[in-house]
Write a protein that binds this ligand. Structure first.
Ligand SMILES: [Zn+2]
Length: 275
């Protein structure tokens, strides 16, 4: 009988941990937040409403970033939908749900020149019908507002629960715990979300500045946007493994990393690799 190999998916370069961030509403404090993420090489997904550009605002931090600025500002990060006008969408008729997502996608794609497939549920609102419609409108991941306070990978990217928001009192304990995780039998994810205007409103930029500094530059962490995680896992799922586990074919345009009996192996795009 052939010896059965232990073959596992890993993140790029054989890593076991991924850090991702998600910030909503596209208000002007995103400029400072993106600059901070860029300084520390963190990657985020920015969920924006393309139909609220002309909305009146009272507080200066409620001003929105013009759509014409998205392409340059969010370069290297993901821009995702947050619906056109931020309704509590589970209460909307299905015709409105379709337009809220498809028109938002259309506007963002025109501004960015690339496909937009992510989402954060506005006001955290969704139900099975909303998920179904979003999925049929090409959305492949959507974030909720339910904190898991844990590091498990999500079982459903269209109901993607984050670890916690940056305002959660457990944030620092959680990210230190995440940094200290050295076990390799699971893949781990730290997912922090929020709104950049909260740092202005609550005068607490120090929270995210400390986080960025302490979480930056860890060799064992993959820094990724939400869509990079989804696409990477999709790529892994397309890899064709031989029954014997002695070779694999990677049909994707990007490398996929696996671990075979604890050794990290890169499966190069469009080729067979002996394991
Ligand atoms: Zn929002």
């Amino acid at each position: 009988m052939n010896k059965i190999k232990n073959i596992y998916m890993t993140f790029p370069e054989g890593r076991h941990k991924v850090l991702t961030l998600s910030y909503d509403d596209g208000k002007i404090a995103d400029r400072r937040l993106v600059a901070l993420f860029n300084e520390y090489n963190l990657k985020g997904t920015f969920n924006v409403n393309s139909g609220l550009m002309d909305l009146e605002y009272k507080e200066s931090y409620d001003e929105r970033i013009p759509i014409s600025e998205y392409k340059e500002l969010y370069k290297g990060h993901e821009v995702a939908c947050h619906t056109l006008t931020h309704p509590t969408i589970a209460r909307c008729p299905k015709e409105q749900i379709v337009q809220q997502v498809i028109e938002d996608r259309r506007n963002l794609e025109s501004a960015l020149g690339k496909t937009v497939r992510g989402m954060a549920y506005p006001n955290g609102s969704f139900d099975d019908q909303v998920v179904d419609i979003f999925k049929n409108c090409g959305i492949v991941h959507a974030r909720t507002v339910h904190s898991t306070l844990g590091f498990a990978m999500p079982s459903d990217f269209l109901r993607w629960n984050p670890t916690c928001s940056h305002s959660n009192p457990n944030l620092e304990r959680l990210y230190k715990e995440f940094s200290d995780l050295h076990k390799t039998q699971y893949l781990y994810m730290l997912y922090v979300w929020g709104h950049s205007y909260e740092f202005e409103r609550d005068n607490n930029w120090h929270i995210i500045e400390k986080f960025a500094k302490e979480m930056s530059g860890h060799d064992d962490i993959w820094y990724a946007t939400n869509i990079e995680i989804v696409d990477y896992i999709d790529s892994y799922n397309r890899v064709q493994f031989s029954v014997n586990g002695d070779f694999a074919y990677n049909p994707n345009a990007n490398s996929v990393w696996i671990e075979v009996d604890k050794k990290a192996i890169e499966l190069k795009p469009g080729s067979y690799t002996n394991l």
